[in-house]
Design a protein around this ligand. Structure first.
Ligand code: ATP
Ligand code: MG
Length: 421
């Protein structure tokens, strides 16, 4: 929107109480303040930027597929579901400029390496390690308070929420200011890993408690990824850690290479690999190790009624196809069958016994915090996300957060009392 007096672009006044129906703008030149309506905003600004028709956006807002929030005092639209090209988890900040941070695209899985890889990729395939943590997008927002430029770095989780824990820790772990000062239009996509995080606790010897590994760098608005080479060079320049690259192979050799790598990846307690077109023009594919499937099945069967059936079914299917492609002897197949059976029965039995003794099935995670306020702020954030979590203890810089898996407790209690399935 242009100022009618000075004919220059007006800025959103994010200090004002912007709402879904009204946005407040000011002209940096003559200080004229004005208000535009949501229809105007959707039509003139977002339509041009995203290529989505205003009535579609409006419909999305009405249905609740796009939500409006005030986050960090900045008005924000968040896509709860994908719409057109916009992925779920896309966020649009209405700060000085309109900042579009696209959702991280879903990575499809291959159940069999061959012939899927030959079919999907063209000439060369890069094999990167797949880290087991949680997906984070790091980006900067330019906010100005009283003509002072202020760069705010945020960490978004998969759904597009700003996670206070991750936002703080990412900046403690890495020096990001120079990167974002020089590249405000890029988004760093990476995995937060380690044992002391609230989402996915997994031990990596090279990080221990907490670490971050970048796997993609993408552009704001378009979501175009940088090529593998550009990504690695840029990260090296700013000394930001990147995921391991096993190598780049001709497509016809890739399946064999992964067969060799995946056993070793599994034995080391690591998750798997992601196959990528080095130019990043084709979509990547993922493939994971048997121990990773077993660990997840084991974890989920501790809380069998809180994990959906698709979660469990898909992991069992992965094992079936892997047995077909990778297991060479009847003995190997038998061992796989045993591992799978034990991963289902033992944790479930443990939980049934626990509840029969009158105890509650809970999951405790430890995170590092600087003070009690930080721990409490994070638990409030989890609760706002709909997670049934409480703070158990906060001592010596460590907070224990307890998650209660309600369905598992309720259902098992009911069956123990004679309820029918
Ligand atoms: P999806 O992301 O495909 O929707 P999901 O949430 O279940 O599914 P995963 O099965 O863990 O996630 O697989 C994809 C995720 O793997 C990515 O979203 C990313 O967070 C993570 N990841 C770890 N290492 C890499 C890597 N080298 N390249 C791309 N993604 C990686
Ligand atoms: Mg994962």
């Amino acid at each position: 929107m242009k100022c009618p007096e000075c004919d220059i672009k007006m800025k959103l006044d994010w200090k004002k109480d912007n709402s879904l129906t009204n946005f407040f703008y000011f002209c940096p030149e003559c200080d004229l303040r004005s208000r535009i309506s949501i229809e105007n905003f959707l039509d003139e600004q977002l339509h041009q930027l995203l290529g989505i028709k205003a009535h579609k956006l409006e419909e999305g807002i009405k249905k609740g597929n796009i939500k409006f929030y005030h986050s960090l005092d900045i008005p924000k639209l968040q896509f709860k579901k994908s719409m057109g090209k916009m992925e779920e988890g896309t966020v649009i900040y209405l700060s000085n400029a309109i900042e579009v941070i696209r959702g991280f695209p879903k990575i499809r899985r291959t159940l069999l390496l061959s012939p899927a890889l030959e079919k999907h990729f063209s000439d060369y395939v890069a094999i990167e390690e797949k880290m087991n943590g949680y997906n984070v997008r790091l980006a900067c927002l330019e906010c100005s308070a009283d003509s002072k430029k202020d760069l705010k770095i945020i960490a978004l989780t998969r759904g597009g929420f700003v996670c206070p824990f991750t936002t703080k820790k990412a900046q403690e772990l890495m020096e990001l200011t120079d990167f974002f000062n020089d590249n405000p239009n890029l988004v760093i996509c990476g995995e937060m890993i380690g044992t002391k995080n609230p989402y996915v606790s997994h031990y990596y010897k090279e990080v221990g408690d907490l670490g971050f590994k970048v796997f993609d760098i993408r552009k704001k608005i378009s979501n175009h990824p940088l090529t593998l080479e550009k990504k690695r060079k840029l990260l090296q320049k700013y000394e930001i850690p990147v995921v391991k690259l096993y190598g780049i192979f001709p497509v016809e050799k890739t399946s064999q290479k992964i067969k060799e790598i995946i056993k070793q990846v599994g034995e080391q307690g690591r998750e798997g690999v992601v196959m990528k077109d080095p130019k990043m023009e084709l979509a990547p594919l993922k493939y994971t190790s048997s121990p990773a499937h077993i660990r997840e099945i084991e974890y989920a069967f501790n809380f069998p009624f809180d994990f959906g059936r698709p979660f469990l079914f898909s992991r069992v299917i992965r094992e079936g196809f892997q047995a077909y492609e990778l297991d060479d002897s009847p003995e190997e197949i038998k061992q796989r069958a045993h591992r799978l059976g034990e991963a289902i029965i033992y944790p479930m039995l443990k939980t049934i016994k626990l509840i029969a003794e009158g105890k509650t099935a809970v999951e405790d995670t430890t995170i590092k915090v600087n003070n009690l306020d930080e721990a409490e702020e994070f638990v409030r954030y989890l609760q706002a996300m709909g997670v049934n979590a409480v703070l158990v203890e906060c001592e010596n810089g460590e907070a224990i957060i307890r998650r209660i898996h309600q369905s598992t407790n309720d259902k098992i209690t009911n069956y123990l009392k004679g309820g029918l399935y």
